[in-house]
Design a protein around this ligand. Structure first.
Ligand code: PNS
Length: 159
């Protein structure tokens, strides 16, 4: 079985993330969305909420699972028997960071491969941090995140 992990902070999940999840679910037999418990960053949503939002929007994809992890990604992968990481690339500016992470993960465990999917052009400008900002200052986030989680994001951003 070809299993893959799609790791990230997902604070919150955007339509760009969801597009990568959907396309990965067509290429791999099983996709695990790995949500990083980020202890350093005080985000918008806590880890349980981020996982819940993602579970809500990946329901149509039967081979997609969602789980959280802390510590090293390769340890999470070992525990789940996953050998491949999928990441989305939006622009050249993502490349250096992603290149470094892919090489570091491969250095830590040489059986790990990272594959990159080019973002859908219509989401190339989109990031969780820009969604957080727009929501915080009352802008419209329709089209940026899945419709069913818009109200939850706006509610949270108001606080
Ligand atoms: O959505 P993000 O913040 O770009 O995701 C980054 C993530 C979660 C993929 C990355 O920070 C990660 O894998 N963190 C776990 C720690 C780790 O394994 N570090 C070694 C690779 S540099």
């Amino acid at each position: 079985m070809r299993r893959v992990v799609y790791p990230g902070s997902f604070d919150p999940i955007t339509n760009g993330h969801l597009d990568i999840i959907k396309r990965s679910s067509e290429v791999f037999d099983e996709v695990t969305v790995g949500v990083l418990v980020n202890v350093d960053k005080k985000g918008l949503f806590d880890i349980e909420e981020r996982v819940e939002l993602i579970r809500k929007v990946v329901k149509p994809y039967k081979n997609v699972k969602v789980d959280s992890f802390d510590g090293l990604l390769i340890d999470f992968m070992k525990a789940k028997d996953i050998k491949v990481i999928v990441k989305g690339l939006r622009a050249f500016s993502d490349f250096e960071y992603e290149f470094q992470m892919a090489l570091m993960n491969n250095k830590l465990d040489s059986s790990i491969e990272t594959v990159f999917m080019m973002t859908n052009a219509k989401y190339s400008y989109l990031s969780s941090s820009s969604v957080r900002q727009v929501a915080k200052f009352g802008g419209c986030i329709k089209g940026l995140v899945p419709d069913e989680i818009i109200s939850m994001i706006l509610e949270k951003a108001k606080k």
